[in-house]
Design a binder for this molecule. Structure first.
Ligand code: LLP
Length: 428
């Protein structure tokens, strides 16, 4: 289990490109991704037969293209995520399926799209089985099982247990297998994702639950998926999960099932955060420095419209200053970091519950930049247009070359689908 990297509080470059150049060229706020980090993280997981990237973490087409070129498959949770996967060059079907649709419901459009493109479906509710069987009898499906317990970095990211809406409740597996039979749907795989930010103790329980469920489903099972949830260290006192041990536990489960079934069982993993979090940086410019009683605030031009994890979960992200003048010898001071939005919760340094906390950061002023690290997962994808802020630009750095992979939204983009009804005045 390796320790977290050290997170510098002052930084001048990202993947070999000066932060000041990135900010001046692409404007701020801007997301910057280091392609090499994504490649490295996928390589870490090569022991698994299939690495299925959970694109909900970061679904920019260029990131999907990169992941595909690394030989990974992709998970999708909506119609447009399926379309993104297709647009990035993933084949709709194959063995193993390059694209899987995992959800707890079919909206009417997604049901049509999985049928039209023959996308493999991982069902998370009994109703999905009936709705799919009715229109596509004879196809194969995977079942996402809720084993009755879960674990996450926040209650909001715990996806197992009876308070969670996710997955087929473990006690209903028999009933769901019968439903699948009635429609002639083959159940070829089982999947368990108990939450984001899991640990090895919980994993052992998941492996036991998976084995039990697979034995209930029987010999039609040819794939088991460990789901996602691999944590990454966001703070220096955190560590990477022991991947060798993680793989060993799953591999033993797989081997026992192979012995039982007498055929090979493919082992999948479905990480989102592990693949993209550390590659991403949000750069914002400091636009105001103000003292409010005991608190000194740096106010930057990016807010929870760009990175919502702090306000949603009290999530901690490492933060560094990138000095505009290149002067890296600055004393430290205790500061809170806020964004531009007209809402008190627009604070990057906060704990769950909304309490403002402080960071020890180098003294900085208007015109210096702030670099929020480990922001490549659930960053840009959870951005919004609150306060009519545009979705910001995204840039990919590969071999020290910068590529604009998403242009900043314009005002015209924002209002494109809005309309003012024509009103006939009473006097006309
Ligand atoms: N597979 C399934 C079925 C999932 O529901 C998820 C995440 C993943 C894979 C990927 O999990 P990961 O490896 O990234 O932990 N917005 C939250 C995370 C929500 C995750 C939802 N499902 C956050 O910012 O922490």
């Amino acid at each position: 289990m390796s320790k977290a990297p050290s997170f510098p509080t002052i930084t001048t470059e990202i993947a070999g490109v000066p932060v000041t150049d990135l900010a001046k060229r692409f404007g701020t706020p801007v997301y910057v991704y280091d392609a090499a980090k994504i490649v490295e993280r996928i390589e870490d997981l090569r022991a698994f037969d299939v690495i299925r990237y959970a694109q909900k973490a970061c679904s920019n087409l260029a990131i999907l293209d990169l992941v595909r070129r690394c030989g990974a498959a992709v998970d999708t949770v909506s119609t447009n995520e399926i379309r993104r996967a297709l647009a990035a060059g993933f084949q709709p079907h194959g063995n193993p399926p390059p694209i899987v649709y995992t959800a707890d419901i079919f909206d009417r459009e997604s049901l049509q799209v999985v049928i039209d493109h023959d996308i493999h479906v991982n069902v998370g509710s009994p109703d999905m089985i009936d709705q799919y069987g009715e229109v596509a009898p004879g196809r194969n499906i995977t079942m996402r099982i809720n084993p009755g317990f879960g674990h996450g970095h926040s209650e909001k990211t715990n996806t197992g247990g009876d308070h969670s809406k996710h997955g087929i409740w473990h006690e209903q597996l028999d009933d769901c297998l019968r439903r699948a039979d009635q429609w002639g749907l083959g159940v070829t795989g089982l999947h368990m994702h108990i939450g984001s930010g899991t640990d090895l103790d919980h994993l052992k329980d998941v492996c036991v639950a998976m084995e039990k469920a697979a034995l209930t489903a029987g010999r039609t099972i040819t794939t088991i998926s460990a789901g996602g949830g691999l944590p990454i260290p966001y703070e220096e006192d955190e560590s990477y999960i022991d991947l060798t041990e993680y793989f060993r536990l799953w591999d033993e489960t797989r081997k026992r099932l192979e012995g039982e079934f007498g055929h090979e069982v493919t082992l999948e993993i479905e990480p989102g955060r592990y693949v993209s979090a550390e590659s991403g940086y949000l750069i914002a410019e400091i636009r105001a420095v103000k003292r409010q009683g005991d608190n000194l605030f740096y106010l930057v031009d990016g807010g929870f419209n760009n990175l919502a994890r702090p306000i949603l979960y009290g999530a901690y992200h490492p933060i560094a200053i990138a000095p505009a003048d290149g002067d890296t010898a600055r004393p430290l001071e205790e500061v809170a970091i806020g964004g531009p939005l007209c809402e008190s919760g627009d604070i990057f340094t906060q704990e769950e519950g909304g309490y403002v906390s402080k960071r020890s950061l180098p003294v900085a002023g208007v015109g210096d930049y702030l670099v929020i690290q480990c922001a490549g997962a659930y960053g840009s994808v959870m951005g919004s247009n609150y306060n009519s802020k545009p979705m910001c630009a995204e840039v990919l750095v590969r071999d020290e070359q910068t590529h604009l992979i998403r242009a900043r939204q314009t005002f015209e983009d924002l209002v494109r689908n809005e309309a003012i009804p024509s009103v006939v005045a009473a006097t006309e």
